[in-house]
Design a protein around this ligand. Structure first.
Ligand SMILES: N[C@@H](CCC(=O)N[C@@H](CS)C(=O)NCC(=O)O)C(=O)O
Length: 239
């Protein structure tokens, strides 16, 4: 069971020498990237969940941006989901996730940059669901691009037969789009509209790391609705 999210006034849990600490928020898609890498590589660590609307005072000292994920290990602090994920992949090379081929690495970087553009569509779905028509049009263009890329690469993953880092960077956002897709079929990915993307989503769901870090649709929608109505139910589902 995850720990509750620490709020302002909470003491910093004592650090333990040699133990990786992940400052996280249970429903954060960026922290989920790090959780995927930690799980995929079976990296021992502890998690400290942080309330992002009532932040503990020490959060700012760990990351001046005040965002999670953050990784702390002895005298090292790393933030930004991609920096943390790539650091972990370099230090724990088993189940390597970053491509070694420079051309593939460059191609994956393009996919990551392109993914950044999807963030705006996600926030529109979150805060202005009435603009679904416009969002569906934008998402359609992006989904087609990802579909074509998977066709070229053969799949089932963007990494090929095994997942690569880009698969883990992309999954959290697509998990959320699919959750919204249950409310509006116009943005739902399935075999009839994007067969390769649908196959990709199914392949990801078979991975233990994805299973260990995913949230069921009802819970995810509850949390996202709580963000939209300003109640931010970070501890939802935690006893
Ligand atoms: N670019 C950052 C984004 C991280 C991010 O925006 N995290 C959100 C939670 S999902 C956060 O910490 N928000 C708190 C804030 O912005 O004050 C990354 O990739 O790590």
């Amino acid at each position: 069971m995850p720990e509750k999210h620490l709020r302002s006034g909470s003491a910093l849990p004592p650090l333990k020498a040699g133990v990786i600490r992940h400052y996280s928020m249970l429903y954060c898609p960026f922290a989920q990237r790090v959780r995927l890498v930690l799980a995929h590589k079976n990296i021992p660590h502890e998690t400290v969940n942080v309330h992002l609307k009532d932040k503990p005072e020490w959060l700012q000292q760990k990351n001046p941006q005040g965002t999670v994920p953050i990784l702390e290990l002895d005298d090292k602090i790393i933030y930004e989901s991609t920096s943390v994920s790539e650091y972990l992949d370099d230090v724990f090379p088993s189940n390597k996730l970053q491509p070694s081929d420079p051309y593939r690495k460059a191609q994956d970087r393009i996919l990551l940059e392109y993914l950044g553009k999807l963030g705006a569509s996600f926030y529109t779905l979150l805060l202005k669901p009435e603009e679904i028509e416009k969002v569906a049009e934008d998402l359609g263009k992006h989904f087609k691009y990802y579909e074509d890329t998977l066709v070229k690469r053969g799949g089932p993953y963007f990494g090929g037969k095994t997942p690569a880092m880009i698969d883990f960077y992309m999954w959290p956002l697509f998990e959320r789009f699919q959750a919204y897709g249950t409310r509006n079929k116009k943005i739902y990915i399935d075999k009839s509209n994007y067969p390769k993307l649908a196959e990709w989503l199914e392949a990801l769901k078979t991975l233990p790391a994805v299973q260990a870090t995913s949230t069921d649709t009802k819970t995810l929608l509850h949390f996202l609705d709580s963000v939209a109505d300003g109640t931010f139910d970070y501890d939802y589902g935690i006893n």
